[in-house]
Design a protein around this ligand. Structure first.
Ligand code: SF4
Length: 473
């Protein structure tokens, strides 16, 4: 893995004649948030039916499997695992369970920090877990007798710590939740009279729905035959907005509006700021597609250096039957990208990218440019160096794997074999947002974690990551 990967994408719609088709298209738009597995759970009000499998949305669902699902209520999920083994289909979501209150389907984006501890407690008391996913802990919490007696979910939600945007579907209602920090996005939309909940607004555009608002940190919304009811499930003291700024920098689609911000315009501002912080005499600005596109445009506009396409991306790599894993990392990069030598040969090239996490993929990409004849390569990164791991649902979880955690700027430049390297500053990055700066999580850049991850315990955490990856960490 050279680039960071998002945990999951969520999409749900309630009371819609073609809910299944809408969720299918919604998930299709959220495919970038999880390419490992996909699933839909649906109900006609009597019973929850679901289908999930490994693969892209297009591979998992066929006209036949879609036909077996039931309208008019459905939720869906695309996944890449940050917690729990990725080769166990039971870990794919939505997770469907039956407990004393009936059936429920759950879809989760984020990472629960106290999952291992809670799980151990339940197992000590005789509970049996069917998956290794942190999400199953929620099912056990819901089934706990003292929680079942409560009229709503608040008690369960107050036991969860960490990052969680959640969708629940029962035979009566669809529920959306955001953790008190609001790490991961979750938006409300409306299509005619049907409410929609989605990780990103690009999925609303896809189905022709209108954006209403974001679910607030610490808010739970209940959607049923009476419409939408909202309540805050935790005390105001616990609500501390800490939106993941890396959602804006890297994960979300540029045509989405996330945390009240147009992702494309935000990234363009990052590029403009970068041009101010790290100017350079050069002939051409190019982006590492797709992530660097908007910031490269901003860099070019602010610097006056013309923008051109220096890399072409092969969009079909994911579909080759010779798995890229079988080749070297460099071979994988070559399969995905090619440099246009006519654009870069003999030129001083500014290369704008959205991040360097481990550094190896970046080095292979830059090697392509050198091979194509670039005279000078000046790398500009539209975020600060990643020096700290993320414990809130993104897959860079081990400090040793982050190049900036153990190398100086000069060492990274040497490793990349380029003439110059500049990362945007933390202040520069935050100055591009429209929300108060303290409403963002910047922990992977600053080490300032908004929620303590000591709940996990370092040893347990490393073991979980090791199990997921099947490698020594
Ligand atoms: S640590 Fe970084 S990637 Fe993780 S939630 Fe915070 S800003 Fe996002």
């Amino acid at each position: 893995m050279g680039k960071a990967r998002e945990h999951c994408g969520l999409f749900g719609i309630f009371d819609c004649d073609d809910a299944i088709e809408k969720v299918y298209y919604g998930l299709y738009s959220l495919q970038h948030r999880g390419e490992e597995s996909a699933g839909i759970a649906s109900t006609n009000g009597n019973s929850i039916i679901h289908h999930k499998n490994f693969g892209l949305v297009n591979d998992v669902f066929t006209p036949e499997t879609l036909k077996r699902l039931e309208n008019p209520h459905a939720i869906g999920h695309v996944r890449y695992s940050t917690f729990g083994s990725s080769d166990n289909i039971d870990n794919a979501q939505p997770m469907v369970a039956t407990y004393s209150k009936g059936e429920v389907a759950i879809a989760h984006n984020g990472q629960l920090l106290d999952a291992s501890k809670l799980r151990k407690d339940y197992e000590l008391h005789g509970s049996i877990f069917h998956t290794t996913s942190d999400t199953e802990v929620i099912v056990h919490l819901m089934a706990k007798p003292s929680h079942v007696e409560r009229p709503n979910l608040s008690h369960v939600l107050n036991h969860l710590k960490g990052a969680f945007s959640l969708l629940f579907l029962t035979n009566e209602e669809m529920v959306g939740v955001r953790d008190p920090n609001g790490f991961r996005p979750l938006s409300i939309g409306k299509l005619n009279n049907s409410y929609v909940l989605t990780s990103e607004t690009c999925a609303l555009d896809q189905i022709g729905a209108e954006f209403i608002r974001d679910v607030k940190p610490g808010e739970v919304v209940y959607v049923n035959k009476d419409g939408l009811k909202s309540e805050s499930y935790c005390s105001p003291r616990r609500i501390r907005p800490s939106y993941c700024i890396f959602e804006l920098i890297y994960f979300s689609r540029p045509d989405s509006k996330v945390f009240g911000e147009s992702v494309h315009l935000f990234r363009k501002r990052l590029g403009m700021k970068l041009a101010k912080e790290f100017p350079v005499d050069a002939d051409v600005v190019i982006a590492v597609p797709e992530g660097g596109n908007s910031a490269a445009l901003g860099y070019s506009q602010a610097s006056g250096i013309p923008l051109d396409r220096g890399f072409i991306r092969n969009h079909y790599v994911g579909r080759t039957f010779i798995q890229p894993e079988q080749g070297s990392r460099h071979r994988k990069v070559e399969l995905k990208l090619n440099a246009i030598s006519e654009v870069v040969r003999g030129k001083r090239v500014v290369v704008v990218d959205d991040s360097i996490v481990r550094g190896t993929t970046s080095r292979s990409r830059l090697r392509l440019l050198r091979k194509a004849g670039a005279k000078e390569i000046h790398v500009r990164i539209s975020c600060p160096p990643h020096s700290f791991p993320c414990h809130y649902g993104i897959d860079f979880q081990i400090k040793d794997e982050l190049i900036a955690a153990s190398h100086t700027l000069e060492e990274i430049r040497e490793f990349l074999n380029v003439e110059s390297l500049g990362y945007l500053s933390v202040d520069g990055m935050l100055s591009c947002t429209s929300s108060p700066h303290n409403h963002f999580c910047t922990a992977c850049f600053t080490g300032d974690y908004p929620v303590s991850y000591e709940y996990v315990g370092k040893k347990t955490f490393r073991k979980e990551v090791k199990n997921r990856k099947g490698v020594t960490v």
